[in-house]
Ligand binder design. Structure first.
Ligand code: NI
Length: 137
């Protein structure tokens, strides 16, 4: 099996170790492999989504990372045709919460979500997607 090295913050590593012990994983590698499988499975599933959808996307980032806000807003402008609204809220002093309401072709909405996921400094991305039925049905 190929061996790769990854960088994690010490806080995230502590959480990973706690999670591992709680869930009974025998190694960090095993836990990380499982996480990767889940992430890939989610994208495989999302490829099956076709047609028009509406999605609410929740993004959490560290408040100190102002660069994340800037990059998120640039991305938002690049996807203006699918982003109907967005809201920025502060969760205490530590975190920023961004909520995007989107609407459009599933492929485009999922592309937008992938780009947010791939962005440095983002802590969590969750979304709820609802298919929009054809007006004629
Ligand atoms: Ni903020």
């Amino acid at each position: 099996m190929p061996v790769i090295s990854i960088s994690l913050s010490s806080k995230l590593l502590r959480k990973l170790d706690m999670f591992m012990r709680d869930k009974g994983y025998s190694s960090r590698s095993e836990a990380i492999r499982d996480g990767i499988r889940d992430l890939l499975a989610e994208f495989e599933l999302s490829k099956l989504e076709k047609g028009k959808v509406t999605a609410t996307i929740t993004v959490i980032s560290a408040h100190e990372r102002h660069d994340v806000d800037q990059r998120l807003m640039r991305l938002r402008h690049e996807h203006d045709e699918i982003v109907s609204a967005d809201m920025h809220i502060h969760l205490g002093r530590e975190y920023c919460l961004e909520v995007f309401i989107t609407r459009g072709e599933a492929e485009k909405v999922l592309g937008f979500i992938s780009k947010i996921r791939a962005m440095r400094g983002i802590q969590q991305v969750k979304y709820t997607m609802v298919p929009l039925l054809d007006e004629n049905t």
